[in-house]
Design a protein around this ligand. Sequence first.
Ligand code: FAD
Length: 289
Amino acid sequence: MKIRDILSQDTATISFEVFPPKKSTDFENVEKAALGIAALQPAYMSVTYGAGGSTKGHTIALASEIQRKHNVPTVAHLTCVCAEKDSIRAALDEMKTAGIENILALRGDIPKDFDGEVFTDFTHASDLVRFIKENGDFCVGGACYPEVHPDSANKNADIQGLKAKVDAGCEYLTTQMFFDNNIFFNFMYRVREAGITEPIIPGIMPITRGVQVKNAVKLSGCNVPERFKNIVDRFGDNPEAMKQAGIAYATDQIIDLLANGVKHIHVYSMNKPDVAAGIQRNISEILKA
Ligand code: FAD
């Protein structure tokens, strides 16, 4: 099933993201966790792609297994930085064979330790979006950044980059994580003002371990509100308490988004079925309201 068809229905949805293992020997454990999340029957699941294409086979295998064993539609992420057209064409063929109908098209970042040839076939995700559209019947999504992508000169340039991605054929956008909903609401205002009408799905990251905050900020540069810093300061050293507080904080963000008219929520569930289940349980009636 295409994600655009799920998003066009009149019901609120929750979806989950998982990441594939780097090593084949870890595949079984990750698959078990991903299938545990799929058993919750979210509207769809997305499977990330290792930087520079390092997990291609695992991404496709995991996405395919989730669909096959639980009938949950999946989105396979695909990055184009360092890639040449032939390798992307081959990845698209593999996805078609595996029954994958949805792709999150990303530029990606060149990994620090990358020692392969850096091809320049694709400069931006918009180039990849166009290429995918020309090479198959996929529903294509993309990424967006409520706190502005670090490569953008300013908010306007960032929105223009986003507009180029949508004009290339991107059908929906999923946001980078954020911990302050006002940042998302301001971003939505700028996006809609620029004439971008495609669905924007907020990506919510439940922080369930103190150390995760540092990584999240380093990776995304996102702002951490004082209220959340206090939670991490107080409970960060107590794993069970931090997990409960992290689920509660993410739930609170999600309820606020839904109460303000957002219909679709994507949760960065980090391969943790208990965290995904906790959030889903907390909003089960709210999703139906
Ligand atoms: P782009 O859309 O190309 O944007 C990068 C910069 O270029 C931005 O500043 C943008 O404004 C600008 N820009 C874009 N198009 C144009 C244009 N046509 N002309 C001029 N400027 C332009 N990384 C992974 O390695 N694997 C993953 O699975 C993965 N999943 C992600 C999922 C989500 C929801 C998000 C938010 C990020 C994900 N990332 C992933 C990280 C992402 O690859 C990085 O943030 C990367 O730096 C940018 O990728 P992008 O697709 O947003 O790039």
